[in-house]
Design a protein around this ligand. Structure first.
Ligand code: GLY
Length: 357
């Protein structure tokens, strides 16, 4: 078991280990004097872990109620949030009580936003059950819901009181979701840690998943990277933007495919490949960086062929919601484990991409 402490606008521990969900009441008791806990989860995760978690929380004397919504990104809406607010109201949840996010990124983001907004703010804890949520979204306090016009358009920064990453919860995760999480894992290695990247090069999807000790260590290394980035720039004005490596083009790819037939991880992987191709062809990235990235992505089945040209994707980036006026912040890796943010005019970015086609 490993413990990583995050010091942001709130200080909290991220605990990484095995069998943590069955023991979660004990950990929540250490950080909360709530009378009631409201567990928020989706129907799929509820089937695997709901009963065990409620039992463990009740065994520590908490009164527990549970809100279950249909799994999937399509639930991450203001409509579901309204249902959660009403549920909290009907169950007389007070400001000194606590919400429990049990599930993946959709659950964590939505529960966090409910905690940021209900009664003008209350505590919440995160029990992430997907690899993506464990290595990325459960740490750092980004919460929110989607709108028809785009993902995560409404939200707040709200740090949890505790994050429990139970490696055993990944046993029931479908392979496609595990691969998705690996996209963010490779990204963390690329932007911040040659050591992590070298470790990933020694395994592949099957062998990493099979070795729980190594997997726990990989999750912990990722959380430690995320912790450092969040501590340096909690509110996403500088250093934290590096976590967008591959995401600007990745989002355009997801949009091109209408969010079907390609996963977020595969789209981000393609985005990382493309931007590294640009960087290497302009001498910004060390020769050989793209080759190592591609090989690593292959090990985790993240490489898929992409139909749109870079020029087409660049044109779609002109509508990127993370633009600052006519400028866009692009993250490039100059070497494995070393990244920088380059602010450029959107038209210059488009020209750079178009010349690769
Ligand atoms: N997932 C990107 C961030 O936390 O900033």
């Amino acid at each position: 078991m490993q413990k990583i402490t995050v010091t942001a606008s709130g200080k909290y521990d991220v605990i990484i280990g095995r069998g943590l969900l069955a023991d979660c009441g004990k950990y929540v008791r250490e950080v909360s004097s709530a009378v009631k806990l409201a567990v928020i989860t989706d129907d799929r995760v509820d089937g695997f872990h709901g009963e065990k978690v409620v039992k463990a929380l009740e065994s520590e004397g908490f009164e527990v109620c549970k809100f279950v919504f249909p799994h999937g990104e399509q639930s991450k809406t203001p409509e579901t949030l309204l249902k959660i607010w009403n549920f909290l109201c009907e169950n007389n949840i007070t400001r000194s009580d606590c919400l429990v996010a049990l599930g993946g990124g959709v659950t964590g983001d939505m529960t966090g936003f409910a905690a940021a907004s209900y009664l003008r703010g209350m505590d919440f804890v995160q029990f992430p059950t997907t690899l993506l949520a464990q290595v990325d979204s459960s740490v750092g306090g980004k919460t929110g819901v989607d709108l028809p016009g785009g993902k995560n358009l409404v939200g707040a920064f709200k740090q949890p009181k505790l994050v429990l990453c139970d490696i055993d919860a990944l046993d029931t995760l479908p392979e496609e979701f595990f691969i998705d999480g690996m996209g963010e894992v490779v990204k963390h290695g690329m932007i911040k840690s040659a050591k992590l990247f070298e470790k990933l090069e020694k395994y592949d999807l099957k062998s990493l998943r099979a070795d729980k000790e190594v997997l726990e260590d990989v999750v912990a290394q990722n959380i430690s990277i995320k912790r450092d980035v969040v501590q340096a720039d909690e509110f996403d004005r500088g250093e934290r933007m590096k976590l967008n490596f591959g995401h600007t083009l990745g989002h355009s790819i997801e949009q091109y495919y209408n969010y079907t037939g390609i996963t977020h991880g595969q789209a981000v992987a393609a985005g990382m490949r493309m931007i590294t191709q640009v960087a290497e062809s302009h001498g910004i990235a060390e020769a050989g960086t793209l080759e190592r990235l591609k090989n690593c992505l292959d090990l985790y089945r993240l490489n898929v062929p992409i139909e749109p040209t870079m020029g087409q994707l660049g044109a779609a980036c002109l509508n990127d919601k993370k633009r600052f006026g006519d400028d866009i912040n692009i993250v490039v890796c100059c070497d494995i484990g070393a990244s920088m943010i380059k602010k450029m005019h959107v038209q210059a970015f488009l020209a750079l991409l178009s010349e690769q086609d």
